[in-house]
Ligand binder design. Structure first.
Ligand code: SF4
Ligand code: SF4
Length: 278
């Protein structure tokens, strides 16, 4: 078995094929933006939050989308829902969003992904809601001062599962883009850590990844021309089956031509300059 894995690793095409047919270790997740903007504004943010104008989730649209997705059984496809942004705790309706997601996806793992800045000021009402709707609160740790022990204790006090999602300082990477679309969509897609893994439910549409969902912020800020073509997304109301989602995810999209290989970088605050993303 070990030899087969080694052989596959040395042979890129086979390796890429294996990644497509194999379910990723942590399963597929559905990400939902509660706020497009953020109170931290990291350099090269993959969700373009430093460039986004303040915008919160539309609760009616969310409910409509989730009702439809639950009817076709998305809980059998996605392993978890990530409530994020931007910074989700900026959203005044965070508890209501949790209620709606739990109502339509009763068995799914729901994680609230936050930079933690607003966690110490959350009310008793918030923590009780996290407990009631079985929401795991996950923090990405950035090199900013936050009292993690106090946050952890507060979560414990209310019986809320608290975890560290990632270390933003150590694992910080950027994915440079080119709106001339010069790359091979097949090569990019099959080697991309985001492929199939993090679909975005945004404005009543399902997108493959954050780039395809939120590139509008980049276009607005710098006049770039990253296109969101039909096929890069599906209107939720047009989804008839789980199979349709799986087939749509299984092949590269036109937007995959924009992505250069990822680069490691040091975490920093954004100056909102074009070369952070391009
Ligand atoms: S905290 Fe997260 S959403 Fe906010 S700017 Fe940083 S990476 Fe982007
Ligand atoms: S557009 Fe394609 S290659 Fe680029 S991040 Fe999204 S899935 Fe990956």
């Amino acid at each position: 078995m070990g030899n087969i894995i080694e052989f596959a690793k040395k042979n890129r095409v086979i390796h890429d094929f294996c990644r497509v047919v194999r379910k990723p270790a942590f399963g597929y997740r559905l990400e939902i933006h509660l706020a497009d903007h953020c109170n931290l504004n990291c350099k090269s943010c993959a969700h373009f939050a430093p460039l986004a104008e303040p915008k919160f989730i539309d609760l009616n649209q969310l409910e409509q989308s989730l009702r439809h997705l639950s009817e076709i059984g998305v809980e059998r496809h996605y392993h978890a829902v990530h409530l994020q942004g931007g910074e989700p705790l900026l959203c005044p309706d965070v508890e209501e969003v949790c209620r709606i997601v739990r109502q339509y996806l009763p068995s799914i793992k729901i994680m609230l992904i936050t930079n933690g800045i607003l966690l110490p000021s959350q009310s008793e009402h918030f923590w009780k809601a996290m407990n009631r709707f079985k929401i795991e609160v996950c923090m990405t740790v950035y090199p900013i001062e936050l009292d993690l022990d106090t946050i952890r204790k507060r979560a414990e006090e209310y019986g809320v599962f608290f975890s560290i999602f990632a270390d933003g300082d150590v694992q910080w990477r950027r994915r440079p883009l080119s709106d001339k679309a010069p790359y091979s969509k097949y090569k990019n897609y099959f080697q991309c850590a985001m492929f199939q893994v993090c679909n975005q439910l945004y404005d009543g549409k399902l997108f493959m990844c954050p780039l395809s969902a939120y590139c509008g912020h980049l276009n607005k800020a710098f006049g770039t021309r990253f296109e969101q073509k039909k096929g890069d997304y599906i209107e939720v109301e047009d989804i008839k089956s789980l199979r349709q989602i799986k087939m749509w995810n299984a092949l590269p999209h036109e937007s995959c031509k924009y992505c250069a290989p990822t680069q490691k970088m040091s975490w920093d605050i954004s100056k909102r300059e074009k070369d952070e993303w391009i």
